[in-house]
Design a protein around this ligand. Structure first.
Ligand SMILES: *[C@@H]1O[C@H](CO)[C@@H](O)[C@H](O)[C@H]1NC(C)=O
Ligand SMILES: *[C@@H]1O[C@H](CO)[C@@H](O)[C@H](O)[C@H]1NC(C)=O
Length: 237
């Protein structure tokens, strides 16, 4: 009789440890109900210090203005990305953004090193949304209003608005600080340019072609594409 219950105990412990590991792989667990970001504090921690809980008010959990486009804009790509900044979500391992993509516009291939994402299409049609897995397999769908598409953590994904109406997407990310790497900008907009030889060989082309492509990226510093999110806030999808 002892054997099965010992087995059960060991199994339970292993499952519990496994679950703990899964959770530990993401933002740390909070030690309190909430830690409303005190963005005036001069203290520097791994994250943003908490306001005194006694001074927390409902407004700390509210964001007003996600009914309109806003935030960082790219004319060239035809998108804008509005971080939905909610101080009350500080340390809680989640962030949100409203993303608008004009007809014919794109949110070019990028990835978030620290977050999985779900994208809800609020408005628009023929919105081609997809990601590539680490074996370069494409998973993509044409989204209709009300569809939600998921992107696993760290995988390259993109949006192409192939419809005639503006697309409005609400993105939810599983990190307070998801990070964002735009692939083309990583190659062509680095402050210290990557060597021509490297790019030519990487892209199976010649230096002249690389120069032409690089010229298209000139004047596009990283911050012109994407302004770094402030404390307790988040980043575009
Ligand atoms: C702190 O957050 C509040 C509320 O979101 C905002 O109005 C204020 O500008 C922020 N201050 C700084 C220094 O970021
Ligand atoms: C975009 O729309 C055109 C015209 O309807 C269609 O032929 C094409 O397959 C669409 N592309 C994607 C990626 O959905």
């Amino acid at each position: 009789m002892a054997a099965p219950s010992a087995f059960l105990l060991v199994t339970t412990i292993l499952v519990a440890l496994g679950a703990g590991n899964v959770i530990d792989a993401f933002d740390p667990n909070p030690l309190q109900d909430f830690c409303v970001a005190d963005n005036e504090s001069k203290v520097r921690v791994n994250g943003v210090p908490c306001k005194d809980p006694a001074t927390v008010v409902p407004e700390d959990f509210l964001f007003v203005g996600a009914d309109k486009p806003g935030g960082a804009r790219s004319e060239r790509y035809g998108y804008s990305s509005l971080p939905v900044r909610i101080p009350g979500l500080n340390t809680l391992g989640v962030s949100h953004a409203r993303v608008d993509v004009a007809p014919g516009g794109v949110f070019p291939p990028h990835y978030h090193p620290r977050a999985a994402e779900t994208a809800l299409l609020l408005e628009g049609s023929s919105v081609y949304f997809g990601f590539l897995d680490s074996g370069n397999r494409l998973f993509a769908k044409v989204l209709r209003e009300g569809d939600v598409f998921a992107v696993p953590q760290g995988l390259v994904h993109f949006v192409l608005n192939n419809g005639s109406a503006p697309a409005v997407i609400y993105a939810t990310l599983t990190s307070q600080s998801p990070g964002m790497v735009l692939l083309a900008d990583a190659l062509f907009s680095a402050a210290v340019p990557l060597p021509m030889e490297l790019l030519a060989r990487t892209l199976h082309t010649d230096r002249k072609t690389v120069e032409e492509i690089r010229a298209n990226f000139e004047g596009r510093s990283w911050s012109s594409v994407f302004s770094m999110a402030g404390p307790g806030s988040n980043e575009p999808c």
